[in-house]
Design a protein around this ligand. Sequence first.
Ligand code: AMP
Ligand code: MG
Length: 480
Amino acid sequence: MTAQFPFDNSYARLPTRFYTRQNPAEVAAPGLIAVNHGLAERLGLTLPESAEDQARLFAGNDIPDGATPLAQVYAGHQFGGWSPQLGDGRAVMLGEVVAPDGARFDIQLKGAGQTPYSRMGDGRAWVGPVIREYILSEAMAALGIPTTRALAAVTTGETVLRERAMPGAVLTRVAASHIRVGTFQFFAARRDVEALQALTDHTIARHYPDADGPSGLLEAVIGAQADLVARWMGVGFIHGVMNTDNMTLSGETIDYGPCAFMDVYHPETFFSSIDQFGRYAFANQPQIAAWNLAQLATALLPLMPDRDAAIERFTEAVNGFAERFDAAWHGVLRRKLGLAEDREEDAALAFDLLDRMAQGGGDFTRVFRALSGPNPALAEAEFRAPRVFGPWFEAWQARLAEEHRDELARVTAMQAVNPALIPRNHSVEQAIQAAVAGDFGPFHRLNEALSDPFTDRADILDLQAGPEEDEVVTQTFCGT
Ligand code: AMP
Ligand code: MG
């Protein structure tokens, strides 16, 4: 059977200055690493039967009927500096599929060869970033956090030159859309009001059908991003490269380059090798999101008839991010602490725990998971300096007691929000090392375990553990 994708390519119907038509480059010897059959089914895709044909499909060697391959153009602020022209430099979008439930998704091949936006890049990806994105994006989905997803990963049979020759690979990424803050900035910077209007209409129709014009869109995106960043922080996720070209209008996490989950909690944690000053450190993420949203607001201004009134209104909307983020973040923390009632002082209780984790070297995931058990006092063992824990524990117990909540209900609720498993840097690194040596076993095992992150399992204790001293990963690298 040949591939059948239910394509309906609305982005390709936008004016041609939104993209360049571009076929993926053929690769020498496609080899299948993984196909996400659950996702394929959710999207309503029919895949070819043989592994060879699937590999050719997801390598870009065979183009499914109805595809209109293209590279999207965008701009963006990278580390605060303006880049007037970016775009899909190593990715080609095959088109959009409309799933059986009516939801629309982009299907994109990442590592598909050079495009007009490749600048100095080779348009390729190697197996490391590809399986990294596969693992992390699927883990985020399983954690219930809005994200792009991974449909497939293949090897190309070619080598890609990085610090040394690496095995080449292609990831098939699925997204509600690839529309970025930087897409709006691209047209705003060119004073192309017509394109900006078309992009705004397209984005509203696709993601926020109830939004009323540019202001409504801005408000909706601010709300989605406030919620997203709070959810990231609730699982100790550090995006790592929150440039405006890596922020979606849909509110999905995108661009799994140097991102990472924290082991031991510290608000200033960052891993990205290119983030010299910790601009995108864990606790900076809300401020950076607000900054990016201010860029979106600026890009939308040319659409507003009364510029001064719009500036006032948009400024208020962007300033409102802080309050919306705080409400979302406090809610996340309250649920992580198993508190059913919403009280003013709960945030302080949660922040006190975080401070103590930072002081006492508490593993973010393991502390919260231990607190979620029937014997939460065991969480003490998850601190390097356990003395910090006792006083906080007593305060939390007192607060819990005021709720008269059934113990089993507390445990069930907490275990549903505090994962037993996250993709830890050292486990991901080990899976990559093995993959480079040709063994995808650890990748598959990690992936399988991460598909069910809220269940305690005796067979994955090693994956739940924090890193040994010699396993600690201090730096992560861009997905190039
Ligand atoms: P990122 O840091 O992943 O958000 O990428 C920033 C920009 O660099 C985007 O326009 C990418 O398409 C482009 N880029 C990254 N890696 C490559 C590559 N290997 N070849 C061509 N373009 C790339
Ligand atoms: Mg990017």
